[in-house]
Design a protein around this ligand. Structure first.
Ligand code: GTQ
Ligand code: FE2
Length: 353
């Protein structure tokens, strides 16, 4: 018998679709718009986690749970659009970690890449790959994939910071490995300041070690004092970008590229009264307000922010930043999934017409 396609009734179709279920197959044509939309329509909700709400909860966590019990005392920033997944955007995770005086977050290593951006602290340290890095407000510390790391608070006040990881991507790909170290801390083999002196002294680099090119930056510590000084100096003569203000990337000094294989880190300064022009890109981002007060318009959503708030930006959403102060600059730290999208050829951006 010859097979020819005819127009089935709705009833015939529905009963056919029902019948297909038992074979675990489904028609593509009923789901085409979801599967291959004209352009991305992210499920990620643009959202702010205000410091005034989150800080008390972080402190409360440290009253309720010890670091031995928790291993990492972190409040996960759960995107309201992602149905309870451990995800702040589709690829990026943000968390607020607290370490009390005398406590240690015990040593471990894992395949997810991590960064710390310090919010509140008088010192203390993160040890990564055998070197201890200070943790002062505004400092950025990297924890590249598979590097041993532990955090310790030898000060008199709580340390609180933003953790940035690629957990949603790693867990989606089901490639997470994790090792616990046998002791609470891993051995310190480098003297203080080594990474910064070797890889963060202008463009000086040591000649007696091989050039490191392991996909992650050999410089693992970017102190706020230097970051801020660079931005303030540039602000005297530069306008920066129309869309991002004075946006600078923390780079890997060995390659000039992104700091880690899956995450790129940025700092930007919005001058008093500055309002950026709207654009969008396929990359998603988590932002942290280092200093300042303003808002970010994401599509029709207005995200009001001030110092120490954290917020997220979905991919392919038009956005513009506004510094509402007429006298003070605003500083925004952010991390994005740019390296992933670049590696796969998925980078696109567009200016709002
Ligand atoms: O501090 O090592 O927020 O391993 C999530 C996983 C922090 C950490 C997180 C981690 C860490
Ligand atoms: Fe970790």
């Amino acid at each position: 018998m010859e097979i020819s396609s005819k127009q089935a009734t709705e009833e015939e179709l529905q009963s056919y679709y029902k019948e297909l279920e038992q074979y675990n197959v489904a028609p593509l044509w009923t789901a085409m718009a979801d599967i291959q939309g004209k352009e991305p329509a992210s499920k990620v909700t643009p959202y702010v986690w205000p410091w005034k709400d989150i800080r008390p909860q972080a402190i409360r966590a440290s009253e309720l749970v010890g670091t031995e019990q928790a291993e990492r005392r972190v409040l996960r920033l759960m995107n309201p659009g992602l149905g309870g997944r451990t995800a702040t955007t589709q690829t990026l995770f943000g968390g607020i970690q607290t370490v009390l005086p005398g406590e240690i977050s015990p040593a471990h290593r894992h395949t997810p890449a991590a960064l710390r951006f310090i919010i509140e602290s008088d010192g203390g340290y993160t040890a990564v790959g055998g070197e201890r890095f200070p943790m002062l407000p505004g400092d950025l510390v990297l924890t590249p994939p598979w590097a041993w790391h532990d955090h310790g608070n030898d000060t008199k006040n709580p340390m609180i910071w933003l953790d940035g990881l690629d957990l949603p991507l790693v867990n989606f790909l089901e490639i997470s490995f994790h090792d616990q170290y046998s002791e609470p801390t891993h051995p310190i083999t480098e003297s203080p300041g080594t990474s910064l002196a070797k890889y963060g002294s202008m463009a000086l680099q040591p000649t007696w070690t091989e050039r490191k090119d392991e996909g992650s930056s050999p410089l693992m510590y970017y102190p706020w004092s230097r970051t801020r000084e660079a931005l303030e100096r540039l602000a005297m003569g530069e306008d920066g970008s129309l869309y991002d203000g004075m946006l600078m990337e923390y780079t890997n000094p060995a390659t000039g590229g992104h700091v880690m294989p899956t995450i790129a880190c940025f700092i930007q300064m919005l001058r008093p009264g500055e309002r950026t022009k709207s654009h969008r890109h396929t990359t998603s981002a988590v932002y942290h307000v280092v200093e300042g007060k303003g808002h970010t318009l994401v599509g029709d959503t207005k995200l009001d922010w001030e110092s120490k708030d954290t917020f997220c930006l979905p991919g392919w959403a038009f956005h513009e930043h506004v510094n509402e102060s007429s006298t003070e600059p605003a500083f925004l730290f952010s991390y994005t999934d740019t390296p992933i999208l670049e590696a796969l050829g998925f980078m696109r951006d567009e200016v709002k017409p």
